[in-house]
Structure formats: structure tokens, C-alpha cells
Write a protein that binds this ligand. Structure first.
Ligand SMILES: NC(=O)c1ccc[n+]([C@@H]2O[C@H](COP(=O)([O-])OP(=O)(O)OC[C@H]3O[C@@H](n4cnc5c(N)ncnc54)[C@H](O)[C@@H]3O)[C@@H](O)[C@H]2O)c1
Length: 366
């Protein structure tokens, strides 16, 4: 949408979302610009009820500025829930930098962004997300004390996918416990869609536990990295084939969002869905479709919290064992969500939201 001079404007529905809808209620949204470096960014702070807002910086070529703002609002809200469920003393925030990182990302731009983060005086703590990497956070951190996800050489914890995969595995064990009365995946057929940073570590946990693993990935190298080491792993052509595998017990979406939608849910053979991908439910209502089919869904933001647990820990001087202990708790949290869903007669995704909202409300009162 543009104004009479052709300049993009924020459509009224974005502001309506912010001030009036249930998706809004953000505390603060900051528009940042540095013309010298081409920086255009949005920092959205959804809530600081539990502590400083924490969430990554997405660097993405949004088609419009309004789309970028809407994404920042949506993602920061999601972080409030994720951080609350992970038991962190952090609220939810997220930043987006508008533009193609391949074309415009420079150290100067990242430093300008770092000064914007600094200007919030610690109300927002940043980290990596799509389009930003550990090396970028090292640069952003030169301008402020509120940047995590840095490299070990710069006092950071490095790659968060190890603990993310470990947390997803804990969520999967809790799902197995709930459905089959035993947490082990031994002898279960588990399909992993996307064996990138997180997915390949998840495969290692599953094989160690004695699962029968089926994988797929659009990148040949990702598949080969696993089959070279573990020839017993079955490979299928694509996700469409994976979700239809006969006798599949668990489906683990570990690639992109929207994996659970009107096309996939009706044909899923698995009885459990538990994976690392963010925003797996394509639209509201899919969580009910899963429940109606008797499929147990472990909410994505609960089981993939290992990464944010790691970046939060980095603020206090990273300790891998302390983090692993926190990520282990994802097992109990997932069990509690299934119990609440059962008690309230609602899908697990709705139960998770209720528990997170309760924690935030108690903190506000507290
Ligand atoms: N890395 C983390 O710590 C972390 C934390 C929380 C959530 N997540 C989420 O987990 C997911 C995976 O993250 P990652 O860090 O492993 O990313 P990644 O890019 O390393 O891995 C994703 C893999 O999925 C594959 N892929 C892409 N499209 C596919 C398709 N259509 N079918 C099959 N495979 C496909 C890619 O080739 C790649 O190997 C993402 O949704 C991410 O947002 C990651």
C-alpha cells in the first residue's frame, strides 16, 4: 500500500492489530532508520512482564514495510509465549531488518542496528534469527551489552541447534509417555522432515534411543551427511511421501513453518507430531483438526525452546550443563501441557497458550 506520492504506508489494519486486536497489545514498537548504511528496522517489544524482552533479529527482504511490521508484531508476541513456557525471566521481543542480507548486510549497518538496540537500554535483548548469524551478533554486540548468540571467542555460546534438538527430543519422549505410557522411542518409526542444523542432531538422539528413522531433505548434502554415517536410515523423496509413510509413529517437522495444514493433516499417518520448526500450524483451527484425528501435537514453541534457553543463559556467562538441565525440563513442561489439555478438553496448543498467559498475568500482578 502506498500514499499519493507512492511512498509505502503502514495500513490501518497493522495499527488496528497493535492497539485493538487480540494479536496486539504490544508495549512498544520502534521504527529504526540509518540512511548512511541503509538500515531500516523494526524492534517490537510485546511484553516485559517477566523481564527484558528477548528474541532474535530477522533479516529479510520484505515486500513492504507493512509486512515487516506485521511480522515483527507477530514474532515478538510468539516470543512472549515461548519465553514464558521455557520458564525464563524474559518477556517477548523480536526485531526485523528490512532488505536482502546478501545485498545490504555490512558491518556498518549491523553496528548502526546495535546502536538502536543500545538505545532501548536493555528493554530488548537480541540474538540470531533467519538471515542473521553468530558472526553478525559479534558485530552487533560491539555497540551494546544486550546481544546474545555470539561466538565462543567473543564470550558467547555459539550454535544453539544442539540444545534445540535435545529439547525437541525431550518433548518427543514426553509425547511417547503420554500416548504409549513409556518415554522411549525404541522400535518406533520416526520421520524427520529437514535434517539441517537441528534435524541432524535430532536424528542422532533418535538412533541412540533405538528408533527406526526415516528422513527427507531438499538438500542432497544434508541427506548424505546422515546416510554416510548411518546407512540404516531410510530416505524418502519429499515431505509429501514422509507424512504418508505406512506405520509412521512420529512426524518431526524440522524445516519450514506451516507444515501442518488443510492438505497435510488429513493424510498424516503419524500419531504424534513433535518437531523443531517454528509456526507449524498453518492457521488457527489446525490444532483442533489434529486433535479430532487423534493425533497428539506437541506445541512447537514449547519443544523448540532449547535455543532460546541457551541464548538467555549466555547473558549470565554460558554454562552448557546448566542449560542442558533447563532444556531437560521440556519433558515435564510437555507432560504438563498434555495433562492440562486433557483436563480442560482443549487441544495442547491452546493449553500451552493458557499456561503461558497465566504465568505472564501472575508476573504482572506480582
Ligand atoms: N537452530 C535453532 O536453534 C532453532 C531454534 C528454534 C527453532 N528452530 C526452527 O527449526 C527449523 C530448522 O532450523 P535449523 O536451524 O535446523 O535450519 P536449517 O536451515 O539448518 O535446516 C533446515 C533444513 O530443512 C531443509 N528443508 C528446507 N525446505 C525443505 C522442504 N520443503 N522439505 C524438506 N526439507 C527442507 C533444508 O534443506 C535444511 O537442511 C526452522 O523452522 C527454525 O526456525 C531452530
Amino acid at each position: 500500500m502506498t500514499d499519493v506520492t507512492g511512498v509505502p504506508v503502514v495500513p490501518a489494519d497493522v495499527l488496528h492489530t497493535l492497539f485493538h486486536s487480540e494479536q496486539g497489545g504490544h508495549e512498544q514498537v520502534v521504527l529504526c532508520q540509518d540512511r548512511a548504511t541503509g538500515l531500516k528496522a523494526v524492534i517490537a517489544i510485546h511484553s516485559t512482564a517477566l523481564g527484558p524482552a528477548l528474541g532474535g533479529t530477522r533479516f529479510y527482504p520484505y515486500a513492504t514495510e507493512a509486512e515487516a511490521i506485521a511480522d515483527a508484531l507477530n514474532l515478538s508476541r510468539g516470543m512472549s509465549y515461548k519465553n514464558a513456557m521455557a520458564g525464563l525471566d524474559h518477556g517477548g521481543g523480536k526485531a526485523v531488518i528490512i532488505g536482502d542480507p546478501e545485498k545490504i548486510k555490512t558491518d556498518e549497518l549491523l553496528l548502526a542496528y546495535g546502536r538502536m538496540v543500545a538505545s532501548l537500554g536493555g528493554r530488548y535483548v537480541t540474538a540470531c534469527d533467519v538471515g542473521t548469524y553468530v558472526a553478525d551478533m559479534d558485530v552487533v554486540a560491539r555497540e551494546n551489552r544486550w546481544t546474545t548468540g555470539r561466538s565462543p571467542e567473543n564470550g558467547g555460546a555459539g550454535d544453539s541447534s544442539v540444545l534445540t534438538a535435545f529439547g525437541v527430543f525431550q518433548g518427543m519422549r514426553a509425547s511417547a509417555q503420554t500416548l504409549w505410557g513409556d518415554p522411549t522411542l525404541r522400535g518406533r518409526k520416526v520421520g524427520v522432515a529437514g535434517v539441517g542444523k537441528v534435524g541432524h542432531y535430532l536424528v542422532e538422539h533418535l538412533l541412540e534411543d533405538g528408533a527406526d528413522v526415516v528422513i527427507t531433505d531438499v538438500r542432497e548434502e544434508s541427506v548424505r551427511r546422515i546416510t554416510d554415517k548411518h546407512p540404516q536410515v531410510t530416505v524418502v523423496a519429499d515431505t509429501d511421501a514422509l507424512i504418508r509413510v505406512e506405520g509412521l509413529d512420529v512426524y518431526a517437522p524440522c524445516a519450514l513453518g506451516g507444515a501442518l495444514n488443510d492438505e497435510t493433516v488429513p493424510v498424516l499417518t503419524a500419531k504424534i507430531v513433535c518437531g523443531a520448526a517454528n509456526n507449524q500450524l498453518a492457521h488457527p483451527g489446525v490444532e483442533k483438526d489434529l486433535s479430532d484425528r487423534g493425533i497428539l501435537y506437541a506445541p512447537d514453541y514449547v519443544v523448540n525452546a532449547g535455543g532460546v534457553i541457551q541464548v538467555a543463559d549466555e547473558l549470565h556467562g554460558f554454562d552448557f550443563d546448566r542449560c542442558k538441565a533447563k532444556a531437560t525440563k521440556i519433558f515435564d513442561t510437555t507432560l504438563a501441557i498434555f495433562a492440562r489439555a486433557n483436563a480442560d478438553g482443549i487441544p495442547p496448543a491452546a493449553a500451552a497458550d493458557r499456561i503461558a498467559e497465566q504465568r505472564m498475568a501472575e508476573a504482572r500482578r506480582g
